[in-house]
Design a protein around this ligand. Structure first.
Ligand code: 2P0
Length: 336
């Protein structure tokens, strides 16, 4: 991040917090935020300091799979970051990102202990940065008594991680692309539509940390993949189709478009140089199984993020058949 843009982020944060930055903190606060899966993906930034996306995106939150973060004020020279009960070294990537975010929004002499628990078993291989920064934002809002409107909380969460802007709520959330330089209109909001029969099935292929972070992968794709040129147009079209299909409760259109969107995102990655392929051989085996089941008449679709794991999309009436086909699947009811 260049210094000018870093200063612009600092100025924007100071403007929205104003004198609230110096509120007296409560002794402690905590918050929960769900993880989310994008049905129409965010892949690529138009600006990196404010984490502004090239396109809008739309997600479904994963109910009880997420992050609980507790904050308490400590008398120490540095923040202390605890992840799933284990103290994390100050130089670790996770601690650096968390501390950078906190140092933007807190007075410089206020130090916290940050207790972060991912309620997803790490083995599920779900991204925790979305729920992590959303929970951190909500907990800090409470600790500091900011009472910020949701649009500003979404923008603050986005500074930590783009997908965190969509993780403040249960159900569907849409992150609108926005056009302002300071990102104040690049925010997510919840959709009012509910879809009680919708199910997300997690197929964990590997829970190892990925070799190339999403951040680095996005930058490489934009810089080197000729296929990326068509991505913004397709992503915006997919997003509109999925949003309309949610309004109409049209499962086939919603899920087929989500799968097409994910496959297209992975194709743009594969055309990067060096190639960016997050799949494992087992991912492809499971994908082919999904396509075969669909040919046999079972309405099950898939989506994948920047990793080898597969997320199935189906409806409640087919849960038994999906579980019979995939013994290991972990089923989530996003609207339970
Ligand atoms: C998404 N992903 O829409 C897409 C699909 C991965 C593939 O958002 O750099 O961890 O912190 O903004 O949010 C993962 O990217 O990246 C992501 P940063 P983030 O869910």
């Amino acid at each position: 991040m260049n210094q000018t843009n870093a200063n612009a982020v600092g100025t924007w944060v100071d403007q929205i917090l104003d004198q609230q930055k110096y509120n007296s903190p409560a002794a402690q606060a905590s918050a929960y935020a769900p993880s989310n899966i994008a049905l129409s993906k965010y892949w690529g930034k138009r600006e990196t300091s404010f984490n502004l996306p090239v396109t809008g995106s739309l997600s479904i939150s994963l109910a009880q799979h997420g992050t609980r973060t507790g904050l308490s004020v400590i008398d120490a020279p540095q923040h202390q970051v605890i992840l799933n009960g284990v103290a994390i070294g100050a130089s670790s990537c996770f601690a650096v990102k968390v501390c950078q975010w906190l140092d933007r929004v807190l007075p410089s002499d206020l130090k916290l202990r940050i207790d972060t628990y991912n309620t997803v078993p790490t083995a599920a291989g779900l991204a925790s940065s979305a729920s992590g920064f959303a929970a951190l934002t909500l907990a800090t809002n409470t600790l500091m008594g900011w009472q910020l409107p949701e649009r500003q909380l979404s923008a603050l969460a986005r500074l930590g991680s783009g997908s965190a802007s969509r993780s403040l709520w249960h159900g569907f959330a849409k992150w609108q692309v926005g056009e302002l330089a300071d990102g104040s209109d690049s925010i997510a909001f919840p959709l009012t539509q509910q879809w009680p029969q919708l199910r997300v099935g997690l197929l964990t292929i590997s829970s190892q940390t990925k070799a190339v972070s999403s951040r680095e992968g996005m930058a490489r794709t934009i810089a080197t993949s000729a296929l990326y040129q068509q991505w913004p147009q397709q992503a915006q079209s997919n997003l509109a189709t999925i949003e309309a299909a949610i309004t109409d409760s049209d499962f086939q259109t919603m899920a087929a478009t989500a799968e097409h969107n994910a496959m297209s995102m992975h194709a743009t990655m594969a055309a990067a140089w060096p190639p960016l392929v997050y799949w494992q051989p087992e991912s492809l085996i499971q994908m082919q199984k999904v396509w075969q089941l669909r040919q046999q008449g079972l309405p099950v679709y898939l989506t994948m993020d920047a990793g080898p794991n597969i997320k199935l999309l189906f409806e409640a009436q087919h849960q038994a058949d999906v579980q019979a086909a995939f013994a290991e699947v972990q089923v989530i009811s996003p609207f339970a």
